[in-house]
Ligand binder design. Sequence first.
Ligand code: NAD
Length: 330
Amino acid sequence: MTKIHTLIFLKYIINYISELVQIMRILLTGGAGFIGSWVAENYLKEKHEVLIYDNLSSGTVKNIPQDAEFIEGDIRDYCMLEEAFKKFRPEVINHHAAQINVRVSVDDPVVDAETNILGSINLLQLSVKYNISKFIFASTGGAIYGEPSIIPVDELTDKQPLSPYGTSKLCVENYLNYYNKIYNLDFTALRYSNVYGERQNPHGEAGVVAIFCTNILNGTGCKVFGSGEQTRDYVHCNDVARANVLSLNSVSGIYNIGTSVSTSVNDIVTKLKDFSGIDFKSEHLPAISGEVNHISLDNKLAGKVLGWSPLISFDSGLKRTWNWFNNNSS
Ligand code: NAD
């Protein structure tokens, strides 16, 4: 091969590789929170540029990876959001900021809708104005299907949310379909099951694993609502973050992100006793009315279209999570 041929060949290889690992500018809302911070880390690992936009209402600066840019702002503030679009010039929006407390949404559906619906519409309007090439949305599989008669549920199962929170997430999915049809905005909505793992905030009502780990460590034991035989589909936060990476190049659509495996609250108590070696108290309290009894998600579509499947079993994820809380408790 002559020198000129070698140079042409090298240029071809470099172009091919840079197309394969296309670096993207991603504006990530809610990146100071639990799941958002895992998503940010996974994007940065892939060399993407990340701007986190978060009002720190439940997230913390400690969660923000060093290499991410950060703007403290609220998604309800259209002008401030627009400044972030102008400054950072994102190509992709990843939308994780939300009011996540189901009980707050029941007590004050307006507050829930202001963040979860109106804040999302602000982002969608700006996405059209600034030619965003992909909009990724953190939806819910746990709160959108209601109490299904058959589990695991696939994406075509009837949507019967039992709370304003689930209703607001479904509403945004409908807006995504509208923006896609009318403005050609490419989107991926990921319906997460129950996400757990390191850094989850134990101070809300959601996140039974984080709450139990914290309560075991501070000696207050575990409060189990109802019989404890209600089951959920627990997916580790790093698996969820991988789904967000794979979504960057996927076709528009809505995908369940769960394991299809059902685990009861009593199972979690037993496993935590085993992993921690602590014989903590667990106390049963009356069931919470309106709570779903059994839910798990069919993840076949995500496997087929995104090439995603969970890699972390519940046992190994729970051990990792317990160890993290044990090492980080003050
Ligand atoms: P989180 O509370 O840790 O993260 C939410 C983040 O959004 C926080 O950093 C918070 O400060 C920020 N935020 C809230 N309101 C805001 C606003 N008005 N403007 C700007 N930032 C705002 O919660 P999480 O568990 O990491 O949830 C992240 C996303 O995933 C949410 O959209 C949630 O609905 C969705 N989700 C979570 C689960 C789960 O099991 N944790 C399941 C399904 C879907």
